[in-house]
Ligand binder design. Sequence first.
Ligand code: HEM
Length: 155
Amino acid sequence: MGFTEKQEALVKESWEVLKQDIALFSLRFFSLILEIAPAAKNMFSFLRDSEEIPQNNPKLKAHAVKVFKMTCESAIQLREKGEVVVGETTLKYLGAVHVKSGVIDPHFEVVKEALLRTVEEAMGKDKWNEEMKGAWAEAYDQLASAIKAEMNSNP
Ligand code: HEM
């Protein structure tokens, strides 16, 4: 069975909740990334040189928003077309940026864990459930696969 309308709706619903306090959830997302993998700090230009995670940093927020939003877009594509299609130019850029920053495949699992925990906290006990988790996980995995494939396709 492919990605269902229900799964798409669960991802969209939680993205709407994240959006309402995006600064807070962006910070939380990065705190979790560093909690899971402290060494990841050195890859990010905006984290490298500071002791603390910077509040209100536009680059930090941009990365968090990209991950949340592109995962949500992937969920829509999975339901509509059965696959994630990232535009050629965007994919080339994403591949290059991550290779250049020293990102390797296992980092995608770290970001996945941080993403799922951020959404869990945003939704709270009443709304978070296994189905919602599964939908985010699947949409993220498919997007991450596309980026990793590009990263590993050194022309
Ligand atoms: C940069 C998206 C996963 C680390 C970027 C940029 C985008 C992006 C669009 C360009 C800068 C920007 O526009 O904000 C994504 C998406 C991901 C993902 C959609 C997963 C679905 C990861 C992972 C890591 C990572 C797993 C490593 C833990 C970085 C770093 C930069 C970057 C270090 C450079 C940022 C800087 O130093 O200013 N990413 N990313 N990303 N990404 Fe990712």
